[in-house]
Design a protein around this ligand. Structure first.
Ligand SMILES: *Cc1c(COP(=O)(O)O)cnc(C)c1O
Length: 393
């Protein structure tokens, strides 16, 4: 390729970034190097690899592609999203102050609310990041990190990414955005001034519900040496993605743009349909950032390319009704996770957010009557008939 990679379109880069035919054989797809160790030429002389924890050629190919898609300086591939998050938290000294969004994936909440305060002495304050004044008020000059998701899980709250980046810059707090729900196709936080993006690549990036993986990607404008520190920490902690899983994820990335386009299109149609037929379908509220009445719609339109594929529904009739709906959908299968080509439905209060104490859950709005849809790329007409018949049972 003659053009600099970042001048090419996203769809082209998803297929080609970091990848050239194998010089030895002409193989068009990057070889999978499963070797744990690499033969050395002499002391201090090698071909760039020593041992597969500090560096593996298949992983590097994936990391170059991921960095390109997120407009990052460097990206790192982890075995899970949570290990990526946990390793990013290792950047902080003991006793650090963190300000975090009050609507986060349950596993990340557990790290921030329980593990790190206990084991690292961090002080973690949770505020609503959709309320910029609340974030400003909570962020003092000794705040080390700001951590958020947008759209958030499961309430689809929208955070103004540029504003959070500015608060981080003016207080010297490192900013971290979990971009799992959007993928770099819909949203690139590093381009808006955020320092580090993390992902559960288990979700949209892989998109086929057949592996666990995580990513941390560091902005070229993050504080000096940040990428090197994270590289050091990943090796020190030892959380690396296996070469076979790297190859699977590389393959998945090639169809990320086309999958995301259809995910977003289907979700928009379903959210609109459900919202227009709320009363007859027994729905109190449809939460989807693409809807004009969503409180974050305007900001989402400015910072996102497509509104993602997660829709939350507040049903009439409480948990009993939620259970009934979950049991009656057929295409929307009752399972946790999201971002796969197949549609899913789940119940956050009893599953993904069961780690969040009940008072806290109720206070932020993750109530018993909330069900979350992850809209897949099946025929949209089929999906609408399926959810409709389940809501009418
Ligand atoms: C699933 C998820 C995680 C955790 O990722 P794993 O790959 O399951 O470890 C983190 N953040 C968000 C937003 C998620 O949806």
């Amino acid at each position: 390729m003659n053009k600099k990679s970042n001048q090419l379109g996203f769809e082209t880069r998803a297929i080609h970034a970091g990848q050239t035919p194998d010089p030895l054989t002409g193989a068009i797809i990057a070889p999978v190097y499963t070797a744990s160790t690499f033969v050395q030429d002499g002391i201090g002389e090698n071909k760039g690899y020593l041992y597969s924890r500090p560096g593996n050629p298949t992983r590097l190919t994936l990391e170059v592609c991921l960095a390109d898609l997120e407009s990052a300086e460097t990206a790192f591939a982890f075995p899970t999203g949570l290990s990526a998050a946990a390793t990013v938290l290792e950047l902080l000294e003991a006793g650090s102050r963190i300000v975090a969004h009050d609507d986060l994936y349950g596993g990340v909440y557990r790290l921030l609310a329980d593990l790190r305060p206990k084991n690292s002495g961090h002080e973690v304050i949770f505020v609503d990041f959709a309320d910029i004044d609340a974030v400003k008020a909570a962020t003092t000059n000794d705040t080390a990190m700001l951590w958020f998701e947008t759209p958030s899980n499961p309430l689809t709250k929208i955070v103004d990414i540029r504003n959070i980046a500015e608060i981080g810059q003016s207080t010297d707090a490192l900013t971290v955005c979990d971009n799992t729900f959007s993928s770099p196709f819909c949203q690139r936080p590093l381009e808006l001034g955020i320092d580090i993006v993390v992902h559960s690549a288990t979700k949209f990036l892989n998109g086929h519900s057949d592996l666990l993986a995580g990513v941390a990607a560091v902005s070229p404008s993050a504080p000096d040496g940040m990428a090197d520190r994270l590289r050091y920490l990943q090796n020190a902690v030892g959380a690396v993605l296996s070469p076979n899983d790297c190859a699977m994820l590389l393959r998945s990335l090639k169809t990320l743009p086309i999958r995301m386009e259809r995910h977003c299109q289907n979700a928009m149609r379903i959210a609109t349909y459900l919202s227009e037929n709320k009363s007859s379908l027994g729905i109190e509220k449809v939460l989807y950032p693409g809807l004009g009445d969503h409180p974050g719609h305007k900001i989402a339109s400015q910072q996102m390319n497509g509104y993602g594929a997660v829709i939350s529904l507040l049903l009439t009739g409480g948990q009993e009704r939620a259970d009934k709906v979950l049991r009656h959908t057929q295409l929307f299968q009752f399972a946790v996770s999201l971002g796969g080509v197949e549609s899913l439905i789940q119940h956050p209060a009893s599953l993904t957010h069961a780690t969040v104490p009940v008072e806290r859950r109720e206070a932020v709005g993750v109530t018993d009557n909330l069900v979350r849809l992850s809209v897949g790329i099946e025929s949209c007409d089929d999906l609408i008939s399926d959810i409709e018949q389940a809501l009418r049972v």
